[in-house]
Design a protein around this ligand. Structure first.
Ligand code: ZN
Ligand code: ZN
Length: 137
Protein backbone atom coordinates (compact mmCIF):
# COMPACT_ATOMS: atom_id res chain seq x y z
CA UNK A 1 0.00 0.00 0.00
CA UNK A 2 1.38 3.35 -1.00
CA UNK A 3 1.27 6.16 1.52
CA UNK A 4 -0.08 9.47 0.42
CA UNK A 5 1.52 12.80 1.12
CA UNK A 6 -0.41 15.51 2.93
CA UNK A 7 -0.64 17.49 -0.31
CA UNK A 8 -2.23 14.52 -2.08
CA UNK A 9 -4.77 14.10 0.74
CA UNK A 10 -5.63 17.79 0.54
CA UNK A 11 -6.12 17.59 -3.21
CA UNK A 12 -8.40 14.57 -2.89
CA UNK A 13 -10.49 16.30 -0.22
CA UNK A 14 -10.76 19.47 -2.28
CA UNK A 15 -11.72 17.59 -5.46
CA UNK A 16 -14.41 15.79 -3.46
CA UNK A 17 -15.81 19.04 -2.07
CA UNK A 18 -15.76 20.77 -5.46
CA UNK A 19 -17.39 17.77 -7.15
CA UNK A 20 -16.48 18.93 -10.65
CA UNK A 21 -13.59 18.76 -13.09
CA UNK A 22 -11.08 21.55 -12.57
CA UNK A 23 -7.76 22.65 -14.08
CA UNK A 24 -4.57 22.48 -12.01
CA UNK A 25 -4.34 26.27 -12.14
CA UNK A 26 -7.90 26.72 -10.80
CA UNK A 27 -7.29 24.06 -8.19
CA UNK A 28 -4.23 25.99 -7.06
CA UNK A 29 -6.37 29.15 -6.68
CA UNK A 30 -9.15 27.19 -4.97
CA UNK A 31 -6.70 25.73 -2.43
CA UNK A 32 -5.32 29.16 -1.69
CA UNK A 33 -8.80 30.59 -1.06
CA UNK A 34 -9.42 27.72 1.38
CA UNK A 35 -6.17 28.47 3.21
CA UNK A 36 -4.80 25.13 2.05
CA UNK A 37 -2.19 26.86 -0.07
CA UNK A 38 0.52 24.86 -1.82
CA UNK A 39 2.86 25.59 -4.70
CA UNK A 40 1.65 25.11 -8.26
CA UNK A 41 4.47 22.62 -8.91
CA UNK A 42 3.27 20.59 -5.90
CA UNK A 43 -0.29 20.66 -7.24
CA UNK A 44 0.92 19.25 -10.58
CA UNK A 45 3.19 16.67 -8.94
CA UNK A 46 0.46 15.49 -6.56
CA UNK A 47 -2.14 15.27 -9.33
CA UNK A 48 0.27 13.19 -11.40
CA UNK A 49 0.90 10.80 -8.49
CA UNK A 50 -2.84 10.45 -7.86
CA UNK A 51 -3.42 9.78 -11.55
CA UNK A 52 -0.91 6.90 -11.50
CA UNK A 53 -2.71 5.55 -8.47
CA UNK A 54 -6.02 5.59 -10.35
CA UNK A 55 -7.59 8.15 -8.00
CA UNK A 56 -7.74 11.07 -10.38
CA UNK A 57 -8.67 11.26 -14.05
CA UNK A 58 -7.76 13.84 -16.65
CA UNK A 59 -9.96 15.21 -19.40
CA UNK A 60 -8.43 17.42 -22.08
CA UNK A 61 -10.61 20.12 -23.63
CA UNK A 62 -10.33 21.18 -27.31
CA UNK A 63 -8.33 24.24 -26.20
CA UNK A 64 -5.72 21.94 -24.64
CA UNK A 65 -6.70 22.65 -21.04
CA UNK A 66 -6.52 19.58 -18.79
CA UNK A 67 -9.32 19.12 -16.25
CA UNK A 68 -8.87 16.89 -13.23
CA UNK A 69 -11.58 15.12 -11.27
CA UNK A 70 -12.04 12.15 -8.96
CA UNK A 71 -12.24 8.84 -10.79
CA UNK A 72 -15.51 7.55 -9.33
CA UNK A 73 -17.34 10.06 -11.45
CA UNK A 74 -18.39 8.01 -14.48
CA UNK A 75 -19.77 10.91 -16.43
CA UNK A 76 -19.54 11.83 -20.09
CA UNK A 77 -19.97 15.05 -21.98
CA UNK A 78 -21.18 16.65 -25.16
CA UNK A 79 -18.65 19.38 -25.84
CA UNK A 80 -19.20 22.26 -28.25
CA UNK A 81 -16.08 22.93 -30.35
CA UNK A 82 -17.10 26.53 -30.94
CA UNK A 83 -18.01 27.99 -27.54
CA UNK A 84 -16.43 25.24 -25.44
CA UNK A 85 -19.53 24.56 -23.32
CA UNK A 86 -19.93 21.04 -21.95
CA UNK A 87 -23.18 19.24 -21.25
CA UNK A 88 -22.97 16.26 -18.89
CA UNK A 89 -24.89 13.20 -20.05
CA UNK A 90 -26.35 10.79 -17.54
CA UNK A 91 -25.90 7.42 -19.15
CA UNK A 92 -22.69 5.48 -19.67
CA UNK A 93 -22.91 3.20 -22.72
CA UNK A 94 -19.64 1.39 -22.00
CA UNK A 95 -20.01 0.63 -18.31
CA UNK A 96 -20.49 -3.11 -18.90
CA UNK A 97 -17.74 -3.25 -21.51
CA UNK A 98 -15.25 -2.29 -18.84
CA UNK A 99 -16.00 -5.48 -16.91
CA UNK A 100 -15.72 -7.60 -20.07
CA UNK A 101 -12.36 -6.09 -21.02
CA UNK A 102 -11.08 -6.62 -17.52
CA UNK A 103 -11.90 -10.32 -17.84
CA UNK A 104 -10.65 -10.84 -21.41
CA UNK A 105 -7.39 -8.94 -21.11
CA UNK A 106 -6.73 -9.16 -17.37
CA UNK A 107 -6.19 -5.43 -17.51
CA UNK A 108 -6.89 -3.45 -14.40
CA UNK A 109 -9.04 -0.60 -15.66
CA UNK A 110 -9.01 2.61 -13.61
CA UNK A 111 -11.35 4.62 -15.78
CA UNK A 112 -12.39 5.30 -19.37
CA UNK A 113 -13.01 8.38 -21.44
CA UNK A 114 -15.83 8.94 -23.86
CA UNK A 115 -16.68 12.33 -25.21
CA UNK A 116 -18.75 13.70 -28.06
CA UNK A 117 -17.78 16.84 -29.97
CA UNK A 118 -19.86 19.10 -32.18
CA UNK A 119 -21.97 22.24 -32.05
CA UNK A 120 -24.40 23.13 -29.29
CA UNK A 121 -27.90 24.37 -30.13
CA UNK A 122 -26.93 28.02 -29.73
CA UNK A 123 -23.85 27.78 -31.97
CA UNK A 124 -25.80 25.89 -34.64
CA UNK A 125 -28.22 28.82 -34.82
CA UNK A 126 -25.45 31.43 -34.90
CA UNK A 127 -23.55 29.57 -37.61
CA UNK A 128 -26.44 29.07 -39.91
CA UNK A 129 -29.48 31.16 -39.02
CA UNK A 130 -31.57 29.91 -41.92
CA UNK A 131 -30.54 26.26 -41.71
CA UNK A 132 -33.02 23.57 -42.64
CA UNK A 133 -35.62 26.10 -43.78
CA UNK A 134 -35.90 24.09 -46.97
CA UNK A 135 -36.17 27.16 -49.17
CA UNK A 136 -34.01 27.18 -52.29
CA UNK A 137 -32.26 30.27 -53.62
ZN1 ZN B 1 -21.58 26.21 -28.57
ZN1 ZN C 1 -18.59 5.76 -18.57
Amino acid sequence: MRTRTRSQERLLTTLKILNRAISAQDLYIELRSREQSMGLATVYRSLEALKLEGMVQVRTLPNGEALYSLVQEDRHHLTCVQCGSSIAIDECPVHNLEEQLHKSYEFKIYYHMLEFFGLCTRCQTENNPRSESGQGS
